[in-house]
Design a binder for this molecule. Structure first.
Ligand code: NAD
Length: 463
Protein backbone atom coordinates (compact mmCIF):
# COMPACT_ATOMS: atom_id res chain seq x y z
CA UNK A 1 0.00 0.00 0.00
CA UNK A 2 1.16 3.56 -0.75
CA UNK A 3 2.72 5.54 2.11
CA UNK A 4 0.68 8.62 1.34
CA UNK A 5 -2.76 9.63 0.10
CA UNK A 6 -3.85 12.66 -1.88
CA UNK A 7 -6.37 15.19 -0.61
CA UNK A 8 -8.08 16.58 -3.72
CA UNK A 9 -10.20 19.71 -4.18
CA UNK A 10 -13.61 18.33 -5.26
CA UNK A 11 -14.45 21.61 -7.07
CA UNK A 12 -11.36 21.74 -9.30
CA UNK A 13 -9.73 18.32 -9.13
CA UNK A 14 -6.47 19.94 -7.98
CA UNK A 15 -4.21 18.33 -5.43
CA UNK A 16 -4.53 20.19 -2.12
CA UNK A 17 -1.98 18.20 -0.14
CA UNK A 18 -0.47 14.76 0.17
CA UNK A 19 -0.79 13.21 3.63
CA UNK A 20 1.21 10.37 5.16
CA UNK A 21 -0.63 7.24 6.15
CA UNK A 22 0.16 6.15 9.70
CA UNK A 23 1.20 2.51 9.75
CA UNK A 24 -0.40 -0.08 12.01
CA UNK A 25 2.63 0.26 14.33
CA UNK A 26 2.28 4.07 14.37
CA UNK A 27 -1.38 3.80 15.33
CA UNK A 28 -0.75 1.21 18.04
CA UNK A 29 2.01 3.43 19.43
CA UNK A 30 -0.36 6.42 19.44
CA UNK A 31 -2.93 4.37 21.36
CA UNK A 32 -0.34 3.23 23.88
CA UNK A 33 0.84 6.82 24.37
CA UNK A 34 -2.75 7.98 24.81
CA UNK A 35 -3.33 5.23 27.36
CA UNK A 36 -0.17 6.12 29.29
CA UNK A 37 -1.06 9.83 29.30
CA UNK A 38 -4.50 9.12 30.73
CA UNK A 39 -3.55 8.82 34.40
CA UNK A 40 -1.82 12.20 34.50
CA UNK A 41 -4.42 14.03 32.38
CA UNK A 42 -7.33 12.67 34.40
CA UNK A 43 -5.67 14.10 37.51
CA UNK A 44 -5.23 17.59 36.07
CA UNK A 45 -7.81 19.64 37.93
CA UNK A 46 -11.01 20.49 36.10
CA UNK A 47 -10.35 24.24 36.14
CA UNK A 48 -7.02 23.76 34.40
CA UNK A 49 -8.57 21.43 31.79
CA UNK A 50 -11.22 24.08 31.26
CA UNK A 51 -8.57 26.79 30.84
CA UNK A 52 -6.69 24.71 28.25
CA UNK A 53 -9.86 24.03 26.28
CA UNK A 54 -10.66 27.76 26.22
CA UNK A 55 -7.13 28.47 24.96
CA UNK A 56 -7.66 25.87 22.20
CA UNK A 57 -10.90 27.51 21.12
CA UNK A 58 -9.19 30.92 21.09
CA UNK A 59 -6.33 29.61 18.90
CA UNK A 60 -8.83 28.16 16.42
CA UNK A 61 -10.69 31.47 16.25
CA UNK A 62 -7.41 33.33 15.64
CA UNK A 63 -6.82 31.02 12.64
CA UNK A 64 -10.44 30.94 11.48
CA UNK A 65 -9.97 32.39 7.98
CA UNK A 66 -7.13 30.02 7.03
CA UNK A 67 -8.89 26.98 8.47
CA UNK A 68 -12.10 27.81 6.61
CA UNK A 69 -10.24 28.05 3.29
CA UNK A 70 -8.62 24.67 3.85
CA UNK A 71 -12.00 23.20 4.75
CA UNK A 72 -13.60 24.52 1.59
CA UNK A 73 -10.72 23.19 -0.49
CA UNK A 74 -10.90 19.66 0.90
CA UNK A 75 -14.66 19.40 1.36
CA UNK A 76 -16.08 21.76 -1.28
CA UNK A 77 -18.61 23.57 0.90
CA UNK A 78 -19.05 27.33 0.32
CA UNK A 79 -16.59 29.46 2.29
CA UNK A 80 -19.32 31.10 4.38
CA UNK A 81 -20.43 27.62 5.47
CA UNK A 82 -16.85 26.70 6.40
CA UNK A 83 -16.56 29.88 8.46
CA UNK A 84 -19.85 28.96 10.13
CA UNK A 85 -18.58 25.46 10.84
CA UNK A 86 -15.43 26.79 12.53
CA UNK A 87 -17.69 28.78 14.90
CA UNK A 88 -19.96 25.77 15.43
CA UNK A 89 -16.90 23.60 16.16
CA UNK A 90 -15.50 26.05 18.72
CA UNK A 91 -18.95 26.32 20.34
CA UNK A 92 -18.49 22.69 21.44
CA UNK A 93 -15.08 23.44 22.92
CA UNK A 94 -16.40 26.52 24.75
CA UNK A 95 -19.43 24.63 26.06
CA UNK A 96 -17.42 21.68 27.38
CA UNK A 97 -14.72 23.96 28.82
CA UNK A 98 -17.52 25.07 31.16
CA UNK A 99 -18.96 21.59 31.67
CA UNK A 100 -15.52 20.31 32.79
CA UNK A 101 -16.15 22.23 36.03
CA UNK A 102 -19.59 20.70 36.55
CA UNK A 103 -18.93 16.97 36.68
CA UNK A 104 -20.84 16.48 39.89
CA UNK A 105 -21.29 13.39 42.06
CA UNK A 106 -24.04 12.85 44.62
CA UNK A 107 -24.81 11.31 47.97
CA UNK A 108 -27.62 8.85 48.67
CA UNK A 109 -29.24 8.45 52.09
CA UNK A 110 -28.31 4.98 53.41
CA UNK A 111 -30.79 2.56 54.97
CA UNK A 112 -28.73 2.29 58.18
CA UNK A 113 -27.00 4.82 60.41
CA UNK A 114 -23.67 3.04 60.06
CA UNK A 115 -23.34 3.61 56.31
CA UNK A 116 -22.72 6.48 53.88
CA UNK A 117 -23.23 6.24 50.12
CA UNK A 118 -21.27 8.50 47.78
CA UNK A 119 -21.40 8.52 43.97
CA UNK A 120 -18.49 9.93 41.99
CA UNK A 121 -17.85 10.24 38.26
CA UNK A 122 -14.58 9.47 36.58
CA UNK A 123 -13.34 9.52 32.97
CA UNK A 124 -13.66 6.28 30.98
CA UNK A 125 -10.06 6.28 29.70
CA UNK A 126 -8.62 6.51 26.19
CA UNK A 127 -11.22 7.43 23.55
CA UNK A 128 -10.78 6.56 19.85
CA UNK A 129 -12.85 8.60 17.40
CA UNK A 130 -13.64 8.14 13.70
CA UNK A 131 -15.12 11.16 11.94
CA UNK A 132 -16.72 11.85 8.51
CA UNK A 133 -15.87 14.29 5.72
CA UNK A 134 -19.06 16.34 5.74
CA UNK A 135 -18.27 18.35 8.91
CA UNK A 136 -14.53 17.85 9.33
CA UNK A 137 -14.26 20.29 12.26
CA UNK A 138 -17.48 20.08 14.25
CA UNK A 139 -17.87 16.29 14.20
CA UNK A 140 -14.41 16.08 15.76
CA UNK A 141 -14.74 18.79 18.44
CA UNK A 142 -18.07 17.53 19.67
CA UNK A 143 -16.25 14.31 20.58
CA UNK A 144 -12.85 15.71 21.60
CA UNK A 145 -14.14 18.56 23.76
CA UNK A 146 -16.32 16.49 26.14
CA UNK A 147 -13.69 13.72 26.21
CA UNK A 148 -10.90 16.11 27.24
CA UNK A 149 -13.21 17.99 29.61
CA UNK A 150 -14.08 14.72 31.35
CA UNK A 151 -10.38 13.84 31.74
CA UNK A 152 -10.15 11.26 28.93
CA UNK A 153 -7.33 11.14 26.40
CA UNK A 154 -8.29 11.18 22.73
CA UNK A 155 -7.12 9.80 19.36
CA UNK A 156 -9.02 10.75 16.20
CA UNK A 157 -8.96 9.31 12.70
CA UNK A 158 -10.51 11.81 10.28
CA UNK A 159 -12.00 10.87 6.89
CA UNK A 160 -9.35 10.41 4.17
CA UNK A 161 -11.22 12.96 2.00
CA UNK A 162 -10.85 15.75 4.60
CA UNK A 163 -8.00 15.18 7.07
CA UNK A 164 -6.44 18.67 6.79
CA UNK A 165 -8.91 20.57 8.97
CA UNK A 166 -8.55 17.97 11.73
CA UNK A 167 -4.75 17.93 11.49
CA UNK A 168 -4.72 21.72 11.91
CA UNK A 169 -7.15 21.59 14.86
CA UNK A 170 -4.95 19.06 16.66
CA UNK A 171 -1.81 21.16 16.03
CA UNK A 172 -3.63 24.12 17.58
CA UNK A 173 -4.63 22.03 20.60
CA UNK A 174 -0.94 21.33 21.20
CA UNK A 175 -0.07 25.01 20.69
CA UNK A 176 -2.71 25.82 23.29
CA UNK A 177 -0.84 23.64 25.79
CA UNK A 178 -2.85 20.41 25.71
CA UNK A 179 -0.13 17.72 25.92
CA UNK A 180 0.67 15.94 22.65
CA UNK A 181 -0.17 12.47 23.94
CA UNK A 182 -3.49 13.65 25.34
CA UNK A 183 -4.97 14.55 21.95
CA UNK A 184 -3.66 12.91 18.77
CA UNK A 185 -4.61 12.48 15.14
CA UNK A 186 -3.81 9.40 13.04
CA UNK A 187 -4.43 9.02 9.32
CA UNK A 188 -5.43 5.74 7.78
CA UNK A 189 -8.21 4.14 5.77
CA UNK A 190 -11.34 3.63 7.85
CA UNK A 191 -11.46 -0.14 7.80
CA UNK A 192 -7.83 -0.47 8.92
CA UNK A 193 -8.10 2.11 11.71
CA UNK A 194 -11.46 0.67 12.81
CA UNK A 195 -9.97 -2.78 13.26
CA UNK A 196 -7.00 -1.45 15.24
CA UNK A 197 -9.16 0.76 17.46
CA UNK A 198 -11.75 -1.89 18.26
CA UNK A 199 -9.08 -4.55 18.82
CA UNK A 200 -6.90 -2.43 21.11
CA UNK A 201 -6.78 -3.18 24.82
CA UNK A 202 -5.90 0.49 25.45
CA UNK A 203 -9.09 1.96 23.98
CA UNK A 204 -12.02 2.14 26.40
CA UNK A 205 -14.45 3.98 24.16
CA UNK A 206 -15.21 4.21 20.46
CA UNK A 207 -17.08 7.24 19.18
CA UNK A 208 -18.10 7.31 15.54
CA UNK A 209 -19.94 9.59 13.13
CA UNK A 210 -20.64 8.15 9.71
CA UNK A 211 -22.77 5.64 7.89
CA UNK A 212 -25.02 3.10 9.59
CA UNK A 213 -23.36 -0.04 8.11
CA UNK A 214 -19.92 1.04 9.39
CA UNK A 215 -21.46 1.94 12.77
CA UNK A 216 -23.00 -1.52 13.05
CA UNK A 217 -19.69 -3.23 12.35
CA UNK A 218 -17.87 -1.03 14.90
CA UNK A 219 -20.47 -1.95 17.55
CA UNK A 220 -19.99 -5.66 16.79
CA UNK A 221 -16.20 -5.38 16.88
CA UNK A 222 -16.28 -3.45 20.16
CA UNK A 223 -18.17 -6.27 21.86
CA UNK A 224 -15.15 -8.51 22.51
CA UNK A 225 -13.63 -6.00 24.91
CA UNK A 226 -16.97 -4.40 25.96
CA UNK A 227 -15.95 -0.91 24.95
CA UNK A 228 -18.29 2.04 25.43
CA UNK A 229 -19.73 3.18 22.11
CA UNK A 230 -21.36 6.35 20.83
CA UNK A 231 -22.75 6.19 17.30
CA UNK A 232 -23.99 9.13 15.22
CA UNK A 233 -25.19 7.43 12.04
CA UNK A 234 -27.35 8.01 8.98
CA UNK A 235 -30.61 9.93 8.77
CA UNK A 236 -33.63 10.21 6.47
CA UNK A 237 -35.27 13.31 7.88
CA UNK A 238 -38.93 14.06 7.17
CA UNK A 239 -40.01 17.70 6.94
CA UNK A 240 -43.76 18.09 7.34
CA UNK A 241 -45.62 21.24 6.29
CA UNK A 242 -49.17 21.47 7.63
CA UNK A 243 -51.84 23.54 5.83
CA UNK A 244 -51.86 26.24 8.52
CA UNK A 245 -48.07 26.82 8.35
CA UNK A 246 -46.45 30.11 7.35
CA UNK A 247 -45.56 28.95 3.83
CA UNK A 248 -42.86 31.53 3.08
CA UNK A 249 -41.11 30.78 6.36
CA UNK A 250 -41.40 27.02 5.76
CA UNK A 251 -39.86 27.46 2.28
CA UNK A 252 -36.95 29.46 3.66
CA UNK A 253 -36.31 26.92 6.44
CA UNK A 254 -36.64 23.98 4.04
CA UNK A 255 -33.89 25.49 1.92
CA UNK A 256 -31.71 26.06 4.99
CA UNK A 257 -32.18 22.46 6.11
CA UNK A 258 -32.05 20.76 2.72
CA UNK A 259 -29.31 22.53 0.79
CA UNK A 260 -26.60 23.22 3.38
CA UNK A 261 -23.36 21.47 2.38
CA UNK A 262 -25.04 20.59 -0.96
CA UNK A 263 -27.46 18.38 0.95
CA UNK A 264 -24.66 16.28 2.40
CA UNK A 265 -25.67 16.36 6.05
CA UNK A 266 -27.20 13.62 8.15
CA UNK A 267 -29.95 15.95 9.42
CA UNK A 268 -30.89 17.26 5.95
CA UNK A 269 -34.60 17.28 5.21
CA UNK A 270 -34.79 14.24 2.96
CA UNK A 271 -38.53 13.89 2.42
CA UNK A 272 -40.73 16.99 2.18
CA UNK A 273 -44.22 15.93 3.27
CA UNK A 274 -46.79 18.64 2.50
CA UNK A 275 -50.55 18.78 3.18
CA UNK A 276 -52.48 18.47 -0.10
CA UNK A 277 -54.32 21.81 0.41
CA UNK A 278 -51.05 23.76 0.04
CA UNK A 279 -48.81 21.38 -1.89
CA UNK A 280 -49.02 23.31 -5.20
CA UNK A 281 -48.34 26.71 -3.61
CA UNK A 282 -45.53 25.39 -1.45
CA UNK A 283 -43.86 23.48 -4.33
CA UNK A 284 -44.00 26.49 -6.65
CA UNK A 285 -42.51 28.85 -4.06
CA UNK A 286 -39.81 26.36 -3.11
CA UNK A 287 -38.84 25.81 -6.76
CA UNK A 288 -38.68 29.60 -7.35
CA UNK A 289 -36.31 30.09 -4.42
CA UNK A 290 -34.20 27.02 -5.21
CA UNK A 291 -33.71 28.28 -8.78
CA UNK A 292 -31.80 31.25 -7.29
CA UNK A 293 -29.13 29.06 -5.67
CA UNK A 294 -25.75 29.32 -7.37
CA UNK A 295 -23.72 26.17 -8.01
CA UNK A 296 -19.93 26.35 -8.18
CA UNK A 297 -16.58 26.46 -6.44
CA UNK A 298 -17.10 27.17 -2.74
CA UNK A 299 -14.22 29.67 -2.75
CA UNK A 300 -16.06 31.89 -5.23
CA UNK A 301 -18.21 34.69 -3.87
CA UNK A 302 -21.93 33.97 -4.06
CA UNK A 303 -21.71 30.16 -4.31
CA UNK A 304 -24.51 28.39 -2.45
CA UNK A 305 -24.00 24.82 -3.61
CA UNK A 306 -20.54 23.29 -3.89
CA UNK A 307 -19.51 19.99 -5.46
CA UNK A 308 -20.52 16.50 -4.34
CA UNK A 309 -17.69 14.91 -2.37
CA UNK A 310 -17.00 11.99 -4.73
CA UNK A 311 -18.26 9.78 -7.54
CA UNK A 312 -19.94 7.32 -5.20
CA UNK A 313 -22.02 10.11 -3.65
CA UNK A 314 -22.79 11.62 -7.05
CA UNK A 315 -23.87 8.29 -8.59
CA UNK A 316 -26.26 7.63 -5.72
CA UNK A 317 -27.94 11.05 -6.06
CA UNK A 318 -28.28 10.82 -9.86
CA UNK A 319 -29.69 7.28 -9.57
CA UNK A 320 -32.34 8.47 -7.11
CA UNK A 321 -33.36 11.41 -9.34
CA UNK A 322 -33.59 9.19 -12.44
CA UNK A 323 -35.56 6.53 -10.58
CA UNK A 324 -38.06 9.13 -9.32
CA UNK A 325 -38.52 10.70 -12.78
CA UNK A 326 -38.91 7.26 -14.41
CA UNK A 327 -41.66 6.46 -11.91
CA UNK A 328 -43.61 9.69 -12.55
CA UNK A 329 -42.05 12.47 -10.46
CA UNK A 330 -41.83 15.92 -12.02
CA UNK A 331 -38.69 18.06 -11.69
CA UNK A 332 -39.79 21.68 -11.03
CA UNK A 333 -36.19 22.85 -11.05
CA UNK A 334 -32.78 21.17 -11.37
CA UNK A 335 -32.52 17.58 -12.64
CA UNK A 336 -29.23 18.71 -14.06
CA UNK A 337 -25.80 17.35 -13.21
CA UNK A 338 -22.22 17.65 -14.41
CA UNK A 339 -19.43 15.12 -13.99
CA UNK A 340 -15.83 15.52 -15.03
CA UNK A 341 -14.56 11.98 -14.45
CA UNK A 342 -10.96 12.83 -15.38
CA UNK A 343 -10.71 15.60 -12.82
CA UNK A 344 -12.95 13.86 -10.27
CA UNK A 345 -15.39 16.80 -10.05
CA UNK A 346 -19.10 16.19 -9.60
CA UNK A 347 -21.89 18.76 -9.36
CA UNK A 348 -25.62 18.25 -8.90
CA UNK A 349 -27.87 21.28 -9.43
CA UNK A 350 -30.41 21.80 -6.67
CA UNK A 351 -33.50 19.87 -7.62
CA UNK A 352 -37.14 19.96 -6.49
CA UNK A 353 -39.23 16.90 -7.35
CA UNK A 354 -43.03 16.93 -7.18
CA UNK A 355 -45.51 14.02 -7.31
CA UNK A 356 -43.15 11.75 -5.45
CA UNK A 357 -44.60 8.50 -4.08
CA UNK A 358 -43.63 5.62 -1.85
CA UNK A 359 -42.49 3.39 -4.74
CA UNK A 360 -39.48 5.63 -5.37
CA UNK A 361 -36.00 4.91 -4.07
CA UNK A 362 -35.64 8.47 -2.78
CA UNK A 363 -38.36 7.83 -0.20
CA UNK A 364 -36.42 4.96 1.33
CA UNK A 365 -32.73 5.86 1.07
CA UNK A 366 -30.73 8.74 2.46
CA UNK A 367 -29.92 10.98 -0.55
CA UNK A 368 -26.97 12.98 0.78
CA UNK A 369 -27.40 15.48 -2.03
CA UNK A 370 -29.30 18.64 -3.07
CA UNK A 371 -32.63 17.03 -3.98
CA UNK A 372 -35.95 17.93 -2.34
CA UNK A 373 -38.66 15.33 -3.06
CA UNK A 374 -42.19 16.48 -2.25
CA UNK A 375 -44.94 14.04 -1.32
CA UNK A 376 -48.50 15.05 -0.41
CA UNK A 377 -50.62 13.98 2.58
CA UNK A 378 -54.29 14.37 3.59
CA UNK A 379 -54.26 14.31 7.39
CA UNK A 380 -51.64 14.52 10.14
CA UNK A 381 -51.85 10.81 11.03
CA UNK A 382 -50.93 9.97 7.46
CA UNK A 383 -47.98 12.41 7.62
CA UNK A 384 -46.68 10.66 10.75
CA UNK A 385 -47.02 7.24 9.12
CA UNK A 386 -44.98 8.41 6.11
CA UNK A 387 -42.41 10.11 8.34
CA UNK A 388 -41.89 7.08 10.61
CA UNK A 389 -41.72 4.59 7.74
CA UNK A 390 -37.93 4.23 7.90
CA UNK A 391 -35.35 2.45 10.05
CA UNK A 392 -33.77 5.86 10.74
CA UNK A 393 -34.69 8.29 13.52
CA UNK A 394 -32.26 11.20 13.63
CA UNK A 395 -33.95 14.55 12.84
CA UNK A 396 -37.52 15.48 11.90
CA UNK A 397 -38.97 18.89 11.14
CA UNK A 398 -42.49 20.22 10.96
CA UNK A 399 -44.12 23.54 10.27
CA UNK A 400 -47.42 24.40 11.89
CA UNK A 401 -48.83 27.22 14.00
CA UNK A 402 -51.49 24.95 15.49
CA UNK A 403 -50.44 23.81 18.96
CA UNK A 404 -52.55 20.63 18.81
CA UNK A 405 -50.95 19.57 15.52
CA UNK A 406 -47.51 20.46 16.88
CA UNK A 407 -47.99 18.56 20.12
CA UNK A 408 -49.30 15.51 18.26
CA UNK A 409 -46.33 15.53 15.88
CA UNK A 410 -43.80 16.03 18.69
CA UNK A 411 -45.17 13.05 20.58
CA UNK A 412 -45.56 10.72 17.61
CA UNK A 413 -42.48 11.26 15.48
CA UNK A 414 -39.82 8.64 16.33
CA UNK A 415 -36.87 10.99 16.07
CA UNK A 416 -34.15 12.16 18.45
CA UNK A 417 -34.18 15.76 17.21
CA UNK A 418 -37.34 17.67 16.38
CA UNK A 419 -37.44 21.11 14.75
CA UNK A 420 -40.89 22.72 15.20
CA UNK A 421 -40.88 25.75 12.91
CA UNK A 422 -37.09 25.38 12.99
CA UNK A 423 -34.96 24.04 10.13
CA UNK A 424 -31.68 24.36 12.04
CA UNK A 425 -31.96 22.95 15.56
CA UNK A 426 -28.32 21.75 15.96
CA UNK A 427 -26.45 23.55 18.74
CA UNK A 428 -23.52 22.78 21.04
CA UNK A 429 -25.72 23.28 24.10
CA UNK A 430 -28.38 20.72 23.05
CA UNK A 431 -28.27 16.90 22.81
CA UNK A 432 -27.82 15.76 19.20
CA UNK A 433 -28.43 12.13 18.29
CA UNK A 434 -30.76 9.59 16.82
CA UNK A 435 -33.18 6.79 17.62
CA UNK A 436 -33.44 3.42 15.87
CA UNK A 437 -30.66 2.84 13.29
CA UNK A 438 -29.51 6.46 13.47
CA UNK A 439 -27.38 5.75 16.48
CA UNK A 440 -26.65 5.37 20.15
CA UNK A 441 -25.98 8.15 22.64
CA UNK A 442 -26.06 11.92 22.33
CA UNK A 443 -23.47 14.59 21.56
CA UNK A 444 -23.72 18.16 22.81
CA UNK A 445 -25.44 19.66 25.83
CA UNK A 446 -25.46 18.17 29.30
CA UNK A 447 -25.95 14.70 27.82
CA UNK A 448 -22.85 14.93 25.60
CA UNK A 449 -20.32 14.49 28.41
CA UNK A 450 -22.08 11.51 30.00
CA UNK A 451 -20.67 8.93 27.54
CA UNK A 452 -17.14 9.88 28.63
CA UNK A 453 -17.82 9.22 32.32
CA UNK A 454 -18.02 6.11 34.47
CA UNK A 455 -20.08 6.04 37.65
CA UNK A 456 -18.33 4.87 40.82
CA UNK A 457 -20.41 3.95 43.84
CA UNK A 458 -18.73 4.08 47.24
CA UNK A 459 -20.40 2.50 50.24
CA UNK A 460 -18.73 3.30 53.58
CA UNK A 461 -19.80 0.95 56.37
CA UNK A 462 -19.16 0.31 60.03
CA UNK A 463 -19.37 3.98 61.01
P1 NAD B 1 -18.52 6.44 6.19
O1 NAD B 1 -19.15 5.64 7.25
O2 NAD B 1 -18.09 5.76 4.97
O3 NAD B 1 -17.19 7.18 6.73
C1 NAD B 1 -17.13 7.84 7.97
C2 NAD B 1 -15.78 7.59 8.59
O4 NAD B 1 -15.66 6.20 8.82
C3 NAD B 1 -14.58 8.00 7.74
O5 NAD B 1 -13.56 8.46 8.58
C4 NAD B 1 -14.15 6.69 7.10
O6 NAD B 1 -12.80 6.67 6.78
C5 NAD B 1 -14.47 5.72 8.22
N1 NAD B 1 -14.72 4.34 7.78
C6 NAD B 1 -15.11 3.90 6.56
N2 NAD B 1 -15.21 2.55 6.57
C7 NAD B 1 -14.87 2.14 7.81
C8 NAD B 1 -14.79 0.86 8.46
N3 NAD B 1 -15.09 -0.26 7.83
N4 NAD B 1 -14.42 0.83 9.77
C9 NAD B 1 -14.15 1.96 10.44
N5 NAD B 1 -14.19 3.19 9.89
C10 NAD B 1 -14.58 3.28 8.60
O7 NAD B 1 -19.53 7.62 5.93
P2 NAD B 1 -19.30 8.95 5.11
O8 NAD B 1 -19.50 8.63 3.70
O9 NAD B 1 -18.01 9.61 5.50
O10 NAD B 1 -20.43 9.90 5.69
C11 NAD B 1 -21.73 9.83 5.27
C12 NAD B 1 -22.59 9.13 6.32
O11 NAD B 1 -22.33 9.60 7.63
C13 NAD B 1 -24.03 9.37 6.07
O12 NAD B 1 -24.74 8.16 6.15
C14 NAD B 1 -24.46 10.33 7.17
O13 NAD B 1 -25.79 10.29 7.51
C15 NAD B 1 -23.56 9.94 8.27
N6 NAD B 1 -23.37 11.09 9.16
C16 NAD B 1 -23.98 11.08 10.37
C17 NAD B 1 -23.87 12.15 11.22
C18 NAD B 1 -24.54 12.15 12.57
O14 NAD B 1 -24.20 12.95 13.40
N7 NAD B 1 -25.48 11.26 12.82
C19 NAD B 1 -23.09 13.25 10.86
C20 NAD B 1 -22.47 13.24 9.62
C21 NAD B 1 -22.61 12.14 8.77
Amino acid sequence: MADTFKVMDPATGELVQEVKYDSEEDINRALERGHKAFKKWSQVDAHERSRLLKKWSQKIQENKQDIAKVMTRENGKPLHESLGEVDYATDYIDWYAEEAKRIYGRTIPANTESKRIIITRQPVGLVAAITPWNFPAAMMTRKAAPALAAGCTFVVKPAVETPLTTIRFIELAHEAGIPEDVVQCVNQRGSVAGEIFTGSKFVRKITFTGSTPVGKSLIKDSADTIKHVTMELGGHAPLIVAKDADIDFAVQQTIASKFRNAGQTCVCANRIIVQEDIVDTFSKKLAEEVAKLKVGNGLEEGTNIGPIINKKGYDKIVKQIKDAIDKGAEALVGNKYEADEDKGCYFVYPTVLKNVDDSMMIMHEETFGPVAPIIGFQNIKEAVAIANNTPFGLAAYFFTNDYRTGTYLTENLDYGIIGWNDGGPSAAHAPFGGMKESGLGREGGLEGIEPYLETKYLSIGNL
